[in-house]
Design a protein around this ligand. Sequence first.
Ligand code: CP
Length: 302
Amino acid sequence: MEHLIDIKSISKEEILNIINLAKEFKKGTKKSDVEKKTLSLMFYENSTRTRCSFEIAAQKLGMNIINFDASHSSLSKGESLKDTMENLYFLGVDAVVIRHSLSGIINNVMRLVKYPIHFVNGGDGTHAHPSQALLDFYTMLEKIGSVEGKKITIVGDVSHSRVAKSNISLLSKFGADINLCAPTYLQFENEQAFNVKYHNNVKEAIDGANVVMVLRVQNERHEKAGYPDSTEYKRMFEIDTNLLKQYAADDVILMHPGPANRNIEVSSELLDNRVGKTILEQAQNGVYVRMAILNTLLKGDK
Ligand code: CP
């Protein structure tokens, strides 16, 4: 693996290698192979979990970290991303984590850059968020052992979600029974593109589910402000303790990539109880999975 751009570009074996390495980092039985390598964090869109966990992961690996501030960089003078990356490489940067609002921008820059800097997609538009899908998979394996044949229901703004796309891509490789639940106007337009089951009714969607993954309504990506109406959305799709108890499997795990909008897509009470704690453990696993990603990409470099 040279880069991590999306899940479709990596094999099952590469995914399992990352998961196993993350387990070792979590147990403390594996040492870093990438001490003194340099990582640049380039976030053109806001982030808490992804940015902080990549930074903590790099610190634990003994790497040098550059927090690149796009607004104070020469990008504001018209320098291209390609020139920025090539200059960073010559300054000694080994890898960059990029988050950007434009879908596919990292693939484009990667094709243009002539030098062997490693690219990690930290979330690009509505396209992909591969490190999130890997940490979600890690958390599912930790909690339920395997995803094969398990009912995994993703509820929320599927159409704008890079997390949903990367999870579908990954979970499909491992034989999960993937269910999506959203109002029709927040489902994928091209439903045939994904081999999943679609639902409008949340009770039917989570019936017997082993994993319920809740997504935020991503208002910042909607063309029309104030749509959907949050009261209406909450009435139809909010996940709460009663709903999970009544319909999902007894040992269901609740997941959310964050940030969560309390009392809209998920009840505040559920977030703060034992079931909701998995969401914090999910974020914590992000550190170990991102250590595994960085170690895998950089360990072979001279
Ligand atoms: N899940 C996720 O990408 O969260 P952040 O936007 O806080 O990084």
